[in-house]
Structures are given as C-alpha cells and as structure tokens.
Design a protein. Sequence first.
Length: 384
Amino acid sequence: KKMISTLIVVLCLVTGSVSHVIYDIQNRLKEDLELEKQLKLINKPPIKSIHTKFGDIVDCIDINKQLAFDHPLLKDHKLQRKPNFGKTSVKTSPARSIFGLDKDKCPLGTVPIRRTTKDDLIREKSLLNDHMIMTQKAPEVSLSSYYGPYYGVTGTNSIYNPKLNRTDQISLSNLWVQNGQGDAGNKISVGWHVLPNLYGNDATYFYSTWTSDNYKRTGCYNLRCPGFVQTSKGFYLGARAPNVSIYGGVMYEVKLSISQDIVTKNWWFQWNDINVGYFPAALFSNLASADVVGWGGRTRTPPGTPSPPMGSGHFPDYKIDHACYFSFLSFQDASGKHYGPQKFRVKPFTDNSDCYGVIYYGFRSKPNVGYSLQFGGPGGNCGD
C-alpha cells in the first residue's frame, strides 16, 4: 500500500509538472501569435527595403497605406503633402548633423518606416509597463500661458550620448508644444533620446511622442501606434544619430521645429528645415493652440536607483561645447511669425539642482547663438 501511495504521489507530481510545461508552451505560443498579429498590423507591405549601416531595416511604404491611416480618427483624412508655410526664418549655426537615409532614398510616393521586430515589441511591453513614456527629472525652460497662445516652437539642439547605468533608464533632450492640464493634457514633443528598452542598445536616436489625454490611453514613441503622418522620403522617426558631440570637442546638432499649419491646423515636424511629416489636428482633443511651449531635458530611473546623466553629463557653465544646449530659440504667434523669447517671458525650472541644472541666457551675440539655454548634469542620487 505504501508503495502504491508513493507511486500515486510521484505520478501526481509528474502529471502536475507536465501540465505546467504544457501550459507554459501554450502561453508562449499564444503570446507569439499575438506578437505576429501586432507586427502584421504595424509593418505594412514594403515597396522596397533598405538595410542601414546600423543594422536596422527601413521599409519604403506607400504613402497612402502607412500606419497612421489605421487610426479611427483618420479614416477619412486627406493626406497633406506639404505645409502651407516655408522654411523657418530663424538663423542656425554652421555645425550640422546629417541623418536619416543616406544616398539610398525611398521611391517617389513612398515613405521610410523603421521596421518593428518581435524583440522590439517584447522590450516595449516592459517599457510601457514601467510607464517609461512619462519621464521624471526635468531641467527645462518654458514660456507660460500668460503670454500665449503659441503656434510653434523651434530650437537648434546639440546631440549627445549620455551613458546610462541601467537598461531600464532613459535620458532625453526635447522641445514641445502643450495645451491643457491633467487628463485634458495634449502634448507633442520631439528630440533625441537614449532608451535601451525601445531600441535594444544604448545609442542615441531621434524620436517623437504625442498624447491627447496626458498619456492615459493615447501616446507612443515614434510610429509604434497610428497617428503621425510621414511625408519625407529620406528622413524618418527612430533614426539613429550617426554622430554625437564630445564634451569640449566636436559638436553635432540638429534644428528641430514643431509648427501649426494655419490652414489645416495640423502640427508639422521639421528636422533641419526638412518636413518629416505632421500630427493631424484630428488626433487631439485640446490642441487648437498651445498654452505652453518649452525646451530642455528629462530622465527616468526605477525607484531607489541613481538617476542617469543628462545631455553631456555636465552642468551648464556658459561654454558652448560643455553642457547640452538649445540655441536660436523661437516661438510662433497666430500669424506664423517667429520671435525670440525675452527673459521676462520664460520660466526656468529644475526639480533637483544637485543632479541637473538649467540656465537661460536670453540673446547671446558672442558666441553667435541667438536666444539660447544650457541644461543637463551628471545625475546621481536625486530622490524618487
């Protein structure tokens, strides 16, 4: 009897562990099928595919069949191929950073979209679970609603590659337009970031995010969800920065701009005066104009861990090749004209001066950087 009881116990244990293995396999298969389904929705059939020198695959997608038009609010959207305004009239410095596709551009009538992989989706799941789209530490300069409304923001931004301590951190530089508070918060931000949980490495990438409800249900990085309409056939969101600045050495920068089209009310995004595409007005619940625009940096780290460096990893010190900067700043009024923000209009802010700093200089002719600011720092034990 004892032997029979022992055999029954062993059989139960074996059966239990086999059931557990089968359940795990079924679960993984189900997850795999779900990921494949998502990939099929995100990655549209390409007309042509380009392999970049960084190992990414960029698909050339029919401009009228891109992911944006899967959004329920854009089903009857009429594609706008170019904005009803020209280049911004703000000066830029001679330093330049060319990025996007090199000589091998997409054919006419198509747009380049960085292909999403299964690994990308798996990493992004943990990213969204950790709310990594909502960044924390923020030395920044903004124009308050008192002087608004605003219809655009521009700045030339130095590009760096801050070294993170962990793969679940983020460090970024951006400019943005925003309207409303709380769940009514509508926002578009563009810039560069280091975000291993999105790209699988610690390189610097150009990115954008948007939301119509303060990231409660809407919003994603780049083109991971329907929304942004790509129009450029050479520049694309999620492109890797080919060069980054060196503290005290060679500087690389990019001119960034978000401007509202006065006719269609769509929000256009420009890199180095090239129209990359636009965020359709229909996406937003509360962004007919912006009540706040700004420039600066942000980081995020899991609770109880040291914050990563921001920008060059150094505090502002008035030297153009030391801290991360935005130069030739401007904002747009309702007529589309650009103005440099006077000192009395701006509000510099940092939530932890031991880790990061920000200085707004106003207009600087020596060096010739126009209206400008510096921000960043080494990070460290900044508190949660």
